[in-house]
Design a protein around this ligand. Structure first.
Ligand code: GRF
Length: 196
């Protein structure tokens, strides 16, 4: 299975997934391309280091969301991408990608959905003094962090933790859960292909 990873910033989940592919935790899967929406995304440096092709697509350069996603589609088609993995991609997905990749776009969110959706899942849980939070992998639909949940894990928040400590715990959980879920999904996609 060829996958594309979309990222906007740091890219630690991107790197973690590529490592999982390279060390065989995720089998028979190729990270064909990294797509970024910001030219300064640190994920680009990671892609260079890892030898993964990448492309920056400027969201403002193609006359709106549909034009932008149509441009991305060209790259996805060229690379025969079958699954889109959002890993810190800070933009909602529009109709063009959703119709071209029905049930083939997944996202990781750093909270226990439906609790604390949105761009600041960890901070929001921390500030709310929530008893627990977690991480969630879900299918992507037109909403923000609303698609069907595939897997999630919970962590109790120790009230003595700093925000940084909570962040470390949550990111650590992401690095465990996301590759596991991707391995499962790509294994299923590979099986579907064998049947066809
Ligand atoms: C992760 O916490 C992810 O859950 C969220 O954005 C963060 C991205 O971190 N959507 P990184 O770019 O993978 O380091």
């Amino acid at each position: 299975v060829n996958i594309a990873i979309f990222a906007s910033g740091n890219g630690s989940n991107f790197e973690n997934i590529v490592n999982a592919i390279q060390n065989g935790t995720i089998k028979d899967t190729n990270c064909a391309i990294l797509i970024v929406d910001k030219p300064q995304a640190y994920a680009i440096e990671r892609a260079k280091k890892l030898g993964i092709p990448y492309r920056y697509v400027d969201p403002k350069a193609y006359g709106g969301k549909a034009g932008y996603e149509t441009e991305i589609m060209k790259t996805l088609k060229e690379n025969h991408v079958e699954l889109i993995v959002l890993a810190g991609y800070m933009r909602f997905i529009g109709e063009v990608l959703l119709t071209n990749y029905p049930n083939r776009i997944i996202n990781i969110h750093p909270a226990y959905l439906p609790n604390f959706p949105g761009a600041h899942g960890i901070l929001d849980a921390y500030e709310a003094k929530a008893e627990f939070t977690g991480v969630t992998v879900h299918y992507v639909d037109e909403g923000v962090d609303t698609g069907e949940i595939i897997a999630q894990e919970k962590i109790m928040i120790d009230p003595a933790w700093s925000l940084e400590t909570l962040e470390e715990h949550v990111h650590g959980m992401e690095y465990q859960l996301f590759p596991k879920v991707i391995a499962q999904i790509t294994e299923n996609l590979n099986k579907e292909k064998e049947v066809m």
